[in-house]
Design a protein around this ligand. Structure first.
Ligand code: PMP
Length: 317
């Protein structure tokens, strides 16, 4: 199993990996009633640091609110501390972090209000979502036959477990067709996002990205919008059509897991030079420096684990 660690954090305490189990009748498993986050901890010159931890935890609680939970057992700062504690306890210098709020009991009448949510945080080593070669040359994508969420169906702002069936349908189809990633169109037919990434294009030297309304408000997307503004690059948020992808100079996607990666080909049409273009390359480098503590923006966005590590060691003796 790739997702291994020594400990998980479950409902307020560290639990050994093999004890972090749930019952078959956990309602979240039956109805997809849970919300989650995907976060990364990076090895920086000053030890491990979690990237935009508070923003991720705020989005986790926003997702819970969209799902209909008005009260949760932990607040943002408690969840941030718990995250640093579980990273420190496992001694990871770099890792992926997966908090999950899930319906642990009740809810069998299909109302989230009649059940009890519980919280867990897992961590594991997950170095690259795409290969090193993909980072250099980009990956091949297709426009999925599956439509992205309707604004008034499951909605687009929450990372609700059940919503990810849509991403899994699209990704499975793409991989079976021989592509690496799926681009999903919204119900109106405009480009929305990929299965786990937001999308940007470059046309006539200008960067464009779909407006926030129809997509997940990605934290990497926001980081790139800030990095682009810092570099004096203009980004226009406006609807993008399928054929605008085909004739773009560059198309690239971004997300916590995938980081920043070019699409070299879409639906058998090479994009630009068919490899990572200059704008994507620049933002890739900026993102790498920001997340690894080598950028003026790093200070505001990195949450160092060191203090938690010390506290954990002291508590352990
Ligand atoms: N869109 C979707 C559908 C996603 O699942 C993700 C991953 N969370 C993203 C975009 C990118 O979001 P972030 O940059 O916050 O990881």
């Amino acid at each position: 199993m790739g997702q291994t660690s020594q400990f998980l954090w479950m409902n307020g305490k560290l639990v050994p990996f093999h004890d972090a189990t749930l019952h078959f009748l956990t309602p979240a498993l039956h109805y997809g009633l849970g919300v989650f986050e995907g976060i990364r901890c990076y090895d920086t010159g000053r030890g491990p640091a979690v990237f935009r931890l508070k923003d991720h935890m705020e989005r986790l609680l926003d997702s819970a609110r969209v799902l209909g939970w008005n009260e949760l057992p932990y607040n943002v700062s408690e969840l941030c501390e718990a995250t640093k504690q579980v990273v420190a306890a496992n001694g990871f210098s770099e890792c992926y972090i997966r908090p999950l709020v899930f319906l642990a009991q009740g809810g069998w009448n299909l109302s989230v209000a009649s059940g009890t949510p519980e919280v867990g945080i897992a961590v594991w080593k997950w170095e690259q979502y795409f290969s090193e070669e993909a980072l250099q040359k980009g990956v091949r994508a297709n426009v999925s036959s599956f439509t992205r969420h309707h604004l008034n169906g499951t909605m687009t702002k929450a990372k609700i477990c059940g919503n990810y069936v849509n991403s899994c349908l699209a990704k499975t189809e793409s991989l079976r067709l021989g592509f690496d990633e799926a681009i999903m169109l919204d119900p109106q037919g405009y480009v929305a996002e990929c299965t786990g990434e937001n999308l940007f294009i470059v046309r006539k030297g200008e960067i464009h990205t779909p407006p926030a309304a129809a997509v997940l408000e990605g934290i990497t997307r926001d980081t790139l919008l800030t990095a682009a503004a810092d570099l004096g690059l203009k980004v226009v948020e406006e609807p993008i059509s399928r054929d605008q992808l085909y004739i773009a100079e560059e198309v690239f996607v971004c997300g916590t897991a995938a980081e920043v990666i070019a699409l070299s080909e879409i639906d058998f049409r090479p994009i630009g030079q068919g490899t990572t273009g200059p704008v994507c390359r620049k933002l890739q480098q900026e993102y790498r420096n920001i997340t690894r503590g080598r950028h003026p923006r790093s200070a505001e966005w990195l949450d160092y684990v060191k203090a938690a590590e010390r506290d954990y060691r002291e508590a352990a003796v």
